[in-house]
Design a protein around this ligand. Structure first.
Ligand code: UDP
Length: 236
């Protein structure tokens, strides 16, 4: 049973439960929609289907938590994609499992791999590929050759969700997850908000200050909230 927020169903899980569920999944993919992605899905049928068919849908972003609460269907907690990825990678490292990093600009995945190997001893990074190739075939061949237990797909939304939907079942990966800019953060080319900002629910504001070019994207957040209010009125 998923919790519906404007047509996107979310799994009601804590971070710990999400990692436990991920360990049991075989061959599917995880998505981590924020309000911007939910807003996009209203107009983009391919994205909507990709979100619907995911094995696990995690609420990334405080806006989803507020939205669910306003609709009287509260979710247990926010599970940001990067927190999920880090906790799952830590578990995989302790089991000497393999991960593959796919996405971001050329060189970023390799840098992220170095940093991750320093942080998680035992982690096997079995391959990397940047996210700007016009031909998927060599990337898929590399993934299928490496057979990772976990494939991080970091192409931004909606590209990563549609990519996973199209390729689920065709790539030999234990599990895939669409994780936006996490390779940039792991590589150190993008910064996450300090803990206090995150706890206060202001990670989005921090990212906006650091990257003002995100402003247009963030205009979707008030649109999302107005749509939630509209839904609430219709539900009452
Ligand atoms: N990206 C990519 N291929 C593309 C478009 C984007 O690999 O064709 C990468 C981009 O370099 C960045 C990530 O996808 O690393 C998207 O990051 P963003 O911060 O926009 O994602 P968010 O975390 O906000 O979802």
């Amino acid at each position: 049973m998923r919790i519906d927020v404007l047509g996107v169903g979310f799994d009601n899980l804590t971070l710990k439960e999400a990692v436990e569920k991920a360990s049991r999944l075989r061959g599917g993919y995880v998505v981590t929609p924020n309000p911007e992605i939910v807003w996009m899905a209203r107009k983009d049928g391919k994205l909507r289907q990709a979100l619907h068919d995911a094995s696990m849908v995690l609420p990334d972003g405080i806006g989803i938590i507020y939205g669910a609460r306003m609709l009287s269907r509260p979710l247990k907690s926010r599970v940001p994609g990067i927190d999920f990825a880090s906790a799952f990678i830590e578990k995989l490292a302790s089991e000497n499992k393999k991960i593959f990093l796919f996405g971001a600009k050329p060189g970023v995945a390799e840098l992220a791999a170095e940093k991750l190997k320093e942080k998680y001893t035992g982690l096997d990074i079995c391959g990397t590929a940047h996210g700007y190739s016009t031909d998927d075939v060599p990337v898929i061949a590399a993934i299928n050759e490496a057979k990772p237990d976990f494939l991080l797909v970091c192409l931004g939304a909606p590209k990563q969700e549609i990519w996973m939907h199209e390729h689920a079942g065709k790539v030999s990966a234990g599990l895939m997850a669409g994780l936006g800019g996490v390779l940039d953060v792991y590589a150190g080319v993008a910064e996450r908000a300090p803990e206090a900002w995150r706890r206060a629910g202001f990670e989005w504001l921090y990212r906006l200050i650091k990257q003002p070019s995100r402003f247009k994207r963030m205009l979707k957040l008030p649109l999302f909230l107005f749509a939630v209010i509209g839904q609430r009125i219709r539900d009452d």
